[in-house]
Design a binder for this molecule. Sequence first.
Ligand SMILES: C[S@@+](CC[C@H](N)C(=O)[O-])C[C@H]1O[C@@H](n2cnc3c(N)ncnc32)[C@H](O)[C@@H]1O
Length: 271
Amino acid sequence: MRHGQPSRTAIAAAAHRAQHQLTDRPLVFEDPLAAKMLGEDWKPKAALLGRRSMRAFIAARSRLAEDALADAYARGVRQHLVLGAGLDTFAGRNPHQGLKVFEADHPETQAWKRRSWHSVGMPEGLTFAPIDLEQQPLVDALVTAGVEPAQPLFVAWLGVTPYLRRETVMSTLRALTLLSGGVELVFDYGPPPGSLSGPIRTAYDVRAAGVAAIGEPWLTHFEPAPLAAELIALDFTQIEDIGPAEINARYFGGREDGLRVLAGRIVRTRT
Ligand SMILES: C[S@@+](CC[C@H](N)C(=O)[O-])C[C@H]1O[C@@H](n2cnc3c(N)ncnc32)[C@H](O)[C@@H]1O
């Protein structure tokens, strides 16, 4: 991320969710606050939005995370961490009584997000945890913000791993395993470019050049089997890792508009 600036890719992800509300039927992910969070004068901008398969992926990962959160809430989880929150709006739509929501993000992005929340309407019970994951210990920041480490925590970590160094992704995963109440985690990641070909590789190259040009290059990729081995070594269990075929079957079947995911994977796991 560029020093002194909020994350521009966070704006792009929010724009995809807002565009999804306007364009796609049926909706995969309902987010009536998405456009409001971008400001009243938000209009779709083609340059920001890029390919619609990316919009599909962003809608699917939020849907999967919020469905998993609802399951966790039904099992008694009462703490939710949105890690690398960007312009995520869950806190403003939280339907779960008594669920505490924590938004952790890079301080520059978070300062700007707070201002956005003030214009949308600051949600009750939302707590902020500013943190640069590359520089600071996660558990300290969470405990300072009021996360109870001995109570179970649901974590949505969406659209963040590509922007961190690999060591930081691994140290963040390791930090989550230290929370004694247990963690359920949903995160996404991209495959190494060398594993892609044809139009999917071309789309990857265009998008990778775009994010690098705005100072937020994709630094980290994973392949499913080695990632699963690393998660197991960290004591994560019940690893579900779904790619485009499974995501499309689950969320995009039977559509007439052809919206679908081309690349990217989503993991659901727990400690
Ligand atoms: C593509 S945005 C995704 C935002 C949001 N999760 C979403 O799905 O819309 C990437 C997010 O990662 C955050 N991020 C990037 N580097 C970070 C770091 N070193 N520490 C904390 N957050 C970071 C950015 O501030 C931004 O909110």
